[in-house]
Ligand binder design. Structure first.
Ligand SMILES: [Fe+2]
Ligand SMILES: [Fe+2]
Length: 387
């Protein structure tokens, strides 16, 4: 009988994978009933059946994507605990619902998607006899003390973000960052919480009228608006990362995985790109965070459009055709960027770091670990002759 490949994984790593499964399964709605034993058994059976080794470059790509999905899962879980369908911070949910009544459900579903991506990628790696990715040792950042959040350690910080909002202008432009184009931010979001930071800062029982009237209501609306911009920032990154990685994949089944998950990242981005427009259009536009000064002006008003009217209109959420492959060819509506330099694995780590999503002082070795995984993924090259 063929020995399952994942028996080669050292016991310490197996333990952390099992813990991860336990946590993932415990938090999920749709995996209820499967259980840890069932999931592990399924992976074991697959390992016994699929004995063809994956090309090393494909393994590196899958491992980096698993790390990225674990990070996504961590941040989305925080949003879901506070503002999801069963979220525990009532005023935060109300402020999010001022952007769209369905926001809590969308947050819960996006979170479930990320958890499924992370769990699938690691299980697939194990089924092919490869090491799964665990970031558990870096889970050391504190939760927010605001009502609704579990008091557990996190991988990501959502309490002081610098959100790059240039995707808003990038997808409204006919220029392409892969040809060197740069884009201005739509809204300047610096040192900004995207989740409530304490009940003293924002009362979880307060009302959230449109527009907000009290200082605390305004603060909470600015936090929810920032979250909406952050949702789209994260998902546009995934929308570019997956096709960038797909171009390096050799094995057709791995390509299927990368294309299929990547398509859902694009779906997420499109949704959030639509919802965030409600923070910067009437009747909600005009919120100014009383503590950070972040301004959510009406971008449908020409007076607030420093980068040109045609780039600003909030309902232009579908990608404008842009330069593609060769500037002499006709403009084409595409995902951009798709290049190792601008949207590869290293670029993704740098973007998340610039977002202030981590605090590497409290997570020694985490940046090195991410860069090691990213470097290997970016170095992967498609091989011909693999069947
Ligand atoms: Fe994902
Ligand atoms: Fe995502």
């Amino acid at each position: 009988m063929t020995k399952p490949h994942h028996n080669h994984i050292p016991p310490s790593d197996m333990e952390s994978v099992s813990q991860k499964w336990q946590r993932v399964v415990g938090r999920r709605s749709f995996l209820h009933g499967v259980g840890v034993a069932g999931a592990t058994l399924a992976a074991t059976t697959l390992a016994a059946q699929g004995n063809k080794k994956l090309p090393p470059g494909d393994v590196a790509i899958l491992r980096f994507l698993a790390a990225a999905e674990i990070i996504e899962s961590d941040l989305w879980s925080q949003y879901a605990e506070l503002g999801g369908a069963n979220g525990g911070n009532h005023a935060y949910k109300l402020a999010l619902q001022n952007l769209d009544n369905d926001m809590p459900q969308y947050i819960t579903d996006n979170t479930d998607d990320e958890l499924s991506h992370a769990a699938f990628l690691n299980a697939y790696l194990m089924s092919k006899g490869e090491q799964p990715v665990s970031l558990e040792m870096f889970r050391t950042l504190p939760s927010t003390i605001a009502t609704g959040a579990q008091q557990i350690n996190r991988l990501t910080n959502l309490q002081q973000l610098h959100v790059d909002t240039s995707y808003y202008t990038r997808y409204r432009s006919d220029l392409n960052p892969d040809f060197g184009a740069m884009f201005p931010d739509a809204v300047t979001i610096k040192n900004q919480p995207a989740i409530p930071i304490s009940d003293a800062d924002t009362d979880p029982t307060q009302a959230q009228p449109v527009p907000p009237t009290t200082t605390q209501q305004t603060r909470m609306q600015a936090i929810a608006n920032s979250a909406a911009f952050h949702f789209a920032f994260i998902e546009q990154g995934g929308s570019s990362l997956y096709p960038t990685m797909a171009l390096k994949v050799t094995d057709l089944e791995v390509l299927r995985i990368v294309l299929s998950i990547g398509g859902v990242e694009i779906d997420h981005f499109s949704l959030w790109h639509d919802k965030l427009g409600n923070a910067i259009s009437q009747p909600l536009a005009g919120v100014v965070d009383p503590e950070t000064g972040t301004k959510f002006l009406d971008l449908n008003n020409p007076a607030n459009q420093p980068f040109g009217n045609d780039l600003a209109q909030t309902n232009l959420i579908l990608p404008e055709p842009c330069q593609f492959i060769n500037p002499n060819l006709p403009l084409c509506s595409v995902i951009r960027p798709i290049s190792t330099e601008h949207s590869g694995a290293m670029a993704a780590v740098n973007a998340l770091t610039a977002d202030n999503l981590f605090n590497f002082n409290l997570q020694p070795g985490f940046f090195d670990k991410l860069m090691e995984l990213a470097g290997a993924a970016d170095a992967a090259r498609r091989q011909s002759g693999h069947d």
